[in-house]
Design a protein around this ligand. Structure first.
Ligand SMILES: [Zn+2]
Length: 361
């Protein structure tokens, strides 16, 4: 049995710091093992494995990819310290990853649910509102406790973003997901898709660039989380430039939301809306960007300690996974300096420990 001694500053919580811990049989203990030899010692600032709460393993910009490519994506996230990925929709069957001790843990949302021609080609089950509930139940059973809807997308006839689903279809589908024990999240760029999703009982909104002042108190009151994916929103200007000639209203809309992105995130944070770090890796963005997204949170005005928590302690709690605790699975990352004051250190892990094994560094 491999025994690791991890010492320095072990960040059990943002304000709960211990001097050392051990890893025995893949699990964390604060009690020094007496009868076993220590195989390796790691030293530094120790965090629970980072969480990328919006990631896609198994797709690229054209749709599903092969297992080798999926593996490369997962390894890139792992080596960046992201050991728990909430997969926000994948067209590939990545269930085999669960059997791989060396790859990050996945919490799947099944496959995206969208309407025909109202999302990126090859990504979603493209269905009509009358079939939404049946597909939500199907994806809830295939996923790991989440279902992913596309809440809005460009409507080429309207020349702007528009909601995909009528309110009654959403109400029935979200209730059905909840009955299956799954939470529901939705891709939303625009403002006008949010009120119906909130009324229908949605649990989380991805991107949330359309979160207006009028809606913020409702999100806060209902505890609806957001995963802004600021590293993705950074590409809105480029999307707008490409769309400009054919869809000028849409382009202007995307630019305005891009301009307001930091103020939107900061206002949500100030109102107490739960916010989590997600990169949207896997579509057009590369994997391994978790540190960049935390840095974007700080740029938006979120205090570094809370930006950090949104990628580890609070994110793990939200997803129902342990952090650093007696008996918890040993998924931790070691850094050379205190990440609570300076989150840029997250880009430079010195060791990554997954299921008790040093897998990088
Ligand atoms: Zn996404």
């Amino acid at each position: 049995m491999t025994v690791l001694h991890v010492k320095g500053r072990v960040l059990v919580g943002p304000d709960d710091v211990r001097d050392e811990m051990w890893v025995v049989g893949g699990r964390i203990t604060f009690e020094r093992p007496t009868s076993l030899a220590v195989d390796a010692t790691l030293e530094g600032w120790v965090l629970p494995g980072l969480v990328d709460a919006h990631c896609h393993v198994g797709i690229d910009e054209h749709g599903a990819v092969d297992a080798q490519t999926s593996e490369r994506q997962a390894v890139t996230d792992r080596d960046a310290g992201a050991l728990l990925l909430r997969d926000a929709g994948s067209a590939a069957d990545t269930r085999w990853i669960d059997g791989r001790e060396d790859l990050p843990r996945l919490i799947r949302a099944g496959r995206h649910l969208a309407r025909p021609k109202r999302y990126i080609r090859n990504y979603a089950h493209e269905i009509e509102p009358g079939d939404l509930t049946a597909y939500v139940v199907q994806e809830a059973r295939r996923g790991d406790g989440w279902v992913k809807l596309v809440g809005d997308w460009i409507d080429r006839d309207q020349g702007d973003l528009a909601p995909l689903w009528p309110l009654d279809a959403l109400k029935e589908a979200i209730a059905a997901a909840h009955a299956e024990g799954a939470r529901v999240t939705a891709h939303c760029f625009a403002e006008n898709s949010l009120p119906d999703l909130i009324e229908a009982g949605i649990d989380c909104i991805e991107h949330a660039t359309g979160l207006t002042e009028a809606l913020i108190p409702t999100f806060a009151e209902k505890g609806v989380a957001i995963v802004p994916t600021l590293v993705n929103i950074a590409t809105f200007d480029g999307i707008a430039a490409q769309a400009e000639a054919k869809f000028p209203v849409y382009a202007a809309h995307m630019r305005a939301m891009h301009t307001d992105r930091y103020a939107t995130v900061r206002a949500a944070y100030d109102a107490g809306i739960p916010i989590y770090v997600g990169t949207d890796a896997g579509g057009s963005l590369p994997h391994g960007l978790v540190a960049d997204e935390v840095a974007e949170f700080v740029k938006a005005g979120i205090p570094p300690r809370d930006a950090l928590s949104a990628a580890c302690w609070s994110a793990r709690k939200w997803l129902g996974r342990e952090a650093i605790a007696e008996g918890a699975p040993a998924d931790v990352v070691v850094y050379p300096a205190d990440p609570r004051g300076d989150v840029t250190i997250l880009a430079h892990p010195t060791a990554v420990v997954l299921r008790g094994r040093v897998v990088a560094g």
